[in-house]
Unconditional design. Structure first.
Length: 190
């Protein structure tokens, strides 16, 4: 009986071990899929670069109404996000750092969330966000054809989209800061 029991355990272990190993075809398909998705994101970003930013009017959680076209003369980062998006939440410290460092140098960060206002208020309450947060931003996300989150549009002082950062680059909270910072510094000196 012990031999049968031991044989069953060994067979089960071997079956589980073999089923968890990816075959070369699976790895190849995954790499191909990742490459195709990155190419899609690059094409999407390219279609916006060099174009005038679409005008939107937003109301921040603290009640300020801002119109994008009236922010000409400032560098603007539109950051589209939502609360259940882990990369979006991970980049919050980077966005806070950008606003802290450049907020007094003609830089405006508008974090446009697709979440409902009541839920978003509860989420941001007690967080030390130093930038404007906008709720119910699905219409604005649709206007910018945002389908991947986070999506960040860096707009120069003339209202032209100069850089687009789509998707979470890295699970490192400083990644967004490191990607945006050099471009932001260039655009602030123009």
């Amino acid at each position: 009986m012990r031999i049968i029991y031991l044989a069953l355990i060994l067979t089960t272990l071997l079956a589980c071990n073999n089923s968890t190993k990816p075959n070369n075809n699976t790895v190849s398909n995954t790499a191909k899929g990742e490459k195709e998705f990155q190419e899609y994101l690059d094409r999407k970003a390219k279609k916006y670069k060099g174009k005038a930013a679409k005008d939107i009017t937003v109301t921040t959680l603290d009640g300020k109404t801002l119109q994008l076209s009236k922010l000409k003369g400032k560098v603007v980062l539109l950051s589209f996000w939502f609360m259940a998006c882990k990369p979006c939440i991970t980049e919050i410290p980077s966005l806070t750092e950008l606003q802290s460092k450049y907020g007094e140098k003609d830089f405006v960060l508008l974090a446009i969330s697709t979440d409902q206002e009541d839920r978003l208020r509860s989420f941001v309450e007690g967080k030390a966000l130093k930038y404007s947060v906008i709720a119910d931003g699905k219409t604005h996300a649709d206007r910018y054809d945002v389908s991947t989150f986070p999506s960040n549009f860096l707009i120069d002082k003339k209202g032209i989209i100069r850089e687009v950062f789509i998707g979470g680059s890295d699970w490192n909270a400083t990644q967004t800061y490191m990607e945006v910072k050099p471009h932001l510094e260039d655009f602030l000196t123009e």
